[in-house]
Ligand binder design. Structure first.
Ligand SMILES: *Cc1c(COP(=O)(O)O)cnc(C)c1O
Length: 435
């Protein structure tokens, strides 16, 4: 597969280059040069296949120029010891649970695949790399778990002190081995700035092979298409068209759904469901993209005012607003509406939604009201509700069960190096070679 930059059609990269660079030098985003189709044979028998079998076929269809089928099978085997089940919550509505991975959020699907793919390339080139990540919460956990003990890779995670939840902090700071946590006495923006500066520093870049695990890395996008196919495989027997509601922030998840659609997955409609950071629903409505500074909400993993994947999203439709608008409908909800949805669903079905998932369900309900159509609705659950336990318990007025995987973390001692938000402090820590 050849990738091109969304800013310069002629700026191409191989898979390996795109994965290790993350971003093209012109600061565009990598997109597949062409989108291969899945065979009719595969789609007509998909319901007989497991999650891993689907993942191997989809990945091989995209990456067969770069990696052998056996190696793709190995990468998938290493990456996925968890799946994406659908659970029925009303006669026609299903939740696609994407929180069964190690960090209990959907970002595990992307992070685990990216780690296994990078490791595959590094074993062949005998190189070692150092990954730097700034996190405001969820990404760090998925990346830390994804790269934990992966040969040839060390990971340094910067997080803002006191600004991530206790569970999120434990997910970053209790692994050890090749994962180092830096607790920055500052904000998420400070963490991001320090990482950016490191990539521009000659001394650091000549000493280490630095890489980023950015959410716009193509190696995180590709695997997120697997579970759209898996949902189809699980629901195909119902014989109705599918509508997917995707709770969105940076729009990587929805872009992956579009990739699946372009590869041949039958989808009637995608719903871009957001909180008050609604630049994409507003674009869908009036045709202009007018990003605003981000607003804090209870679905905080979606607090993105200027989503980086927007250019990818519209590129799947040749940047034609009419075409985008035909396939994607936008909905947005404030915190009060989100909490009302959480209470309603719990009251009617006993199913507990995290706030992000509630936004997705809100979009689906609204689409049903506006369209008198017979379809199967699928809304993506991007995190386990226990990751946001205080908010969920306050909203529902009941205690929420914490899965063993999260509970056991709380009793492990955190290990983090405290750091002032200055580049010289960061640089000397990196040079003293923490890991
Ligand atoms: C990252 C995240 C999202 C947003 O996904 P995008 O791909 O950035 O649109 C939604 N929910 C949760 C829980 C997340 O961690």
């Amino acid at each position: 597969m050849i990738f091109y930059s969304t800013r310069t059609k002629d700026l191409k990269a191989s898979l390996e280059e795109a994965v290790f660079r993350s971003l093209p030098p012109d600061n565009g985003l990598y997109m597949p040069d062409h989108i291969p189709q899945l065979s009719n044979d595969f789609l007509s028998t998909i319901e007989e296949r497991s999650f891993k079998e689907i993942a191997v076929e989809v990945a091989y269809t995209l990456l067969s120029d770069d990696i052998s089928r056996d190696s793709i099978q190995q990468i998938i085997d290493i990456a996925y010891d968890f799946e994406s089940p659908v659970v029925q919550i009303t006669p026609d509505d299903y939740v696609l649970e994407l929180f069964h991975g190690p960090s209990m959020a959907f970002k595990d699907f992307g992070a685990r695949f990216m780690a296994a793919l990078m490791s595959y390339f590094l074993l062949r080139s005998k190189k070692e790399i150092k990954i730097l990540v700034a996190t405001s919460g969820d990404t760090g956990g998925a990346v830390a778990q994804g790269f934990f003990k992966v040969p040839g890779i060390s990971v340094t995670i910067l997080y803002p002190s006191g600004k991530v939840s206790e569970i999120q902090e434990k997910q970053l700071t209790t692994l050890g081995h090749n994962v180092t946590a830096l607790e920055v006495n500052g904000t998420f923006d400070d963490c991001q700035r320090l990482v950016k500066e490191a990539f521009l520093d000659n001394e650091l870049t000549s000493k280490f092979n630095l890489a980023s695990a950015n959410s716009i890395n193509i190696a995180r996008l590709i695997p997120q298409s697997f579970y759209f196919f898996s949902a189809y495989a699980q629901l195909k027997k119902l014989g109705k068209p599918l509508v997917f509601s995707v709770p969105s922030g940076n729009f990587g998840n929805l872009s992956a759904g579009l990739l699946a659609y372009r590869m041949g997955l039958p989808v009637q409609q995608f719903l871009a469901s957001t909180n008050l950071n609604n630049s994409v629903p507003r674009y869908l409505k009036n045709g202009t993209f007018d990003p605003l500074p981000s607003i804090e909400t209870i679905s905080n993993a979606m607090d993105v005012g200027n989503p980086s994947n927007f250019v990818r999203l519209i590129r799947f439709f040749n940047d034609d607003w009419n075409l985008v608008n035909e396939k994607i409908s936008g909905y947005f909800f404030d915190d009060e509406q989100t909490q009302k949805i959480m209470r309603e669903v719990y009251g009617n079905t006993n199913y507990v939604l995290c706030p992000h998932t509630a936004v997705a369900y809100g979009g689906l309900q609204q689409y049903r009201i506006e369209n008198d159509l017979d379809f199967t609705g699928v809304f993506l659950s991007t995190a386990h509700p226990a990751k946001f336990i205080d908010l969920v318990e306050d909203t529902l007025g009941k205690t929420v069960e914490v899965p063993e995987r999260l509970k056991s973390l709380l009793s492990i001692e955190k290990v983090a190096t405290k750091m002032e938000p200055s580049f010289s402090a960061f640089k000397s820590l990196l040079l003293s070679d923490l890991n």
